[in-house]
Design a protein around this ligand. Structure first.
Ligand SMILES: C[S@@+](CC[C@H](N)C(=O)[O-])C[C@H]1O[C@@H](n2cnc3c(N)ncnc32)[C@H](O)[C@@H]1O
Length: 372
C-alpha cells in the first residue's frame, strides 16, 4: 500500500516501514529525474525495486531515467549488420595474428566487440564502458553469452583507467567503435591518444587504424528546412532560427531530394597510431560541378579497421550512422567556374565548416555569428 501525503505527515499513521521507505525513494527518484540527474534517479528506483521488485512506478521511473542516459541509437547500431561483419572480420584477423595479446575494448556498449574477440580466440579481453547502466548490462550480456571467463567489463571511462588496477598490463590489441556520423563526435581522437600513452603496449595493434572525413557540397531545400524556417502560415518565424543547430546533425542524404554541387573531397585524414585531439583547420578550394544553391555540407567517414578492411557511412549506405549534415544559415549561389573556399576546422570532437566564395576574406567565425 502506498502512503498518502497525509500519512507521511502524520507520525502515528499505521503505515508499514517499507511503504514509507518506498514512498521516500519514489519522491527522491522523481526529484533527481527533474534535476536531470538521471543516473542517480535510476539508482533510487533500483533501491525501490530491491524492496518491491514489482513496483510499477519504480519500473517505469527507472526506465524513463535510463532512457535519458542511454541513447536510443544502440539498438539500430547493433542491427547494423555491415558494421558487425566488418568488425568481426577485422577482429578475427587481429586475434589470429596474436591470440595471447591482451585485448582492450574501449566503449563496450553491449559487449559485442569484446565477445567477438573472445569468440575469435582471444584469451583475455577487458572491455570498459563509461555509462554505468550500459556497463552493468554489458556484464550481464557477457555472462549470459558464456564469455565471462575471457571478458571482464570495467564500468569506467577509459581515460580514468590505470594499469594494473583496471587492466592487468598494457594491452596488445585495441578495438573500439566510438564514432558518430561525423567520426569525431564521441571523442575518438583524445580517447585513443590517451590509450596509446597509458593503456597500450608500444607495439599494440589499434583498430581502427585510420579515419578519413569526406565532404560534399549539396543543394537540398528539404535538408535545409530541417534546420531553418521563414514565413509560414502568415507569420514570420525566422527569429526561431536563433535556435538552429550550428554544427552538424545526422540525416540520410539519399532520403532527401538533393543535388551534389561538387565531387566528394577529403577534409581530414587521421592516423590513429599518431593522431591526437589538438584542434586543426584546413582550407579547401572547391570547384562546383554544377550551378545551384548551396544549402549544406554533407560529410561522412571511411575508417580503415585493419589494412584492407574499411567501414564507413558514405551516402547510399544504409549504415545506422547516416551522414553528417551541416546546413548553411543562408544558402549560397555557386557556379561551376567560381571557386568556393571551404574552411574546415575541428576542435578534437566536432568538425565544422565555413563557406566563402573565392572573393570573400578569411573567416572570423565569431564576428560572423555575432552579426547574424
Ligand atoms: C558507439 S557505442 C559502441 C558499443 C560497442 N562497442 C559496439 O560496437 O557495439 C560506444 C560506447 O562507448 C561508450 N564510450 C565512449 N567513450 C568511452 C570511453 N572513453 N571509455 C569508456 N566508454 C566509452 C559509450 O558510452 C557507448 O556505450
Amino acid at each position: 500500500m502506498e502512503p498518502t501525503e497525509a500519512d507521511l505527515m502524520d507520525p502515528v499513521a499505521e503505515v508499514h516501514a517499507d511503504d514509507l521507505e518506498i514512498a521516500h525513494f519514489l519522491r527522491w527518484g522523481r526529484d533527481l529525474h527533474h534535476q536531470g540527474r538521471y543516473e542517480d534517479a535510476a539508482k533510487a528506483y533500483e533501491l525501490i525495486l530491491g524492496l518491491d521488485r514489482d513496483n510499477e512506478e519504480a519500473r517505469i521511473g527507472r526506465n524513463r531515467a535510463v532512457r535519458r542516459a542511454v541513447p536510443r541509437w544502440h539498438w539500430e547500431m547493433l542491427h547494423d549488420e555491415e558494421r558487425a561483419e566488418l568488425y568481426d572480420r577485422a577482429i578475427r584477423q587481429a586475434v589470429a595474428a596474436d591470440p595471447d595479446a591482451l585485448v582492450l575494448d574501449i566503449g563496450a556498449g553491449s559487449g559485442l566487440l569484446a565477445m567477438m574477440a573472445a569468440r575469435a580466440g582471444a584469451r583475455r579481453v577487458v572491455a570498459c564502458e563509461g555509462q554505468p547502466a550500459v556497463a552493468e548490462t554489458a556484464s550481464r550480456v557477457v555472462r549470459v553469452a558464456g564469455y565471462d571467463d575471457a571478458v571482464s567489463v570495467v564500468p569506467k571511462m577509459s581515460t580514468r583507467m590505470t594499469v594494473p588496477e583496471d587492466l592487468p598490463r598494457r594491452a596488445g590489441l585495441l578495438v573500439t567503435e566510438i564514432v558518430d556520423c561525423g567520426l569525431l563526435g564521441e571523442g575518438i581522437l583524445g580517447t585513443i591518444a590517451h590509450a596509446r600513452e597509458h593503456l597500450l603496449a608500444p607495439d599494440a595493434t589499434i583498430m581502427p587504424a585510420r579515419g578519413r572525413i569526406i565532404a560534399q557540397l549539396v543543394e537540398s531545400e528539404p535538408l535545409h528546412r530541417k534546420n531553418h524556417v521563414g514565413k509560414l502560415y502568415g507569420f514570420d518565424l525566422a527569429q526561431f532560427n536563433r535556435l538552429s543547430t550550428l554544427e552538424y546533425f545526422d540525416s540520410r542524404l539519399h532520403r532527401h531530394e538533393h543535388r551534389a554541387l561538387s565531387d566528394p573531397l577529403t577534409v581530414f585524414d587521421f592516423d590513429f597510431y599518431t593522431a591526437d585531439a589538438t584542434p586543426r583547420s584546413t582550407e579547401l578550394r572547391v570547384r562546383p560541378t554544377a550551378a545551384g544553391r548551396l544549402h549544406a555540407i554533407a560529410f561522412w567517414f571511411e575508417m580503415e579497421l585493419l589494412p584492407g578492411i574499411t567501414i564507413g557511412n558514405a551516402p547510399g549506405h544504409d549504415s545506422h550512422w547516416k551522414q553528417a549534415i551541416q546546413c548553411l544559415p543562408v544558402p549560397v549561389l555557386v557556379q561551376p567556374g567560381e571557386e568556393v573556399v571551404l574552411d574546415a576546422a575541428h576542435d578534437g570532437e566536432c568538425v565544422r565548416f565555413t563557406v566563402r566564395t573565392g572573393s570573400e576574406p578569411g573567416p572570423d567565425r565569431d564576428a560572423r555569428e555575432a552579426a547574424r
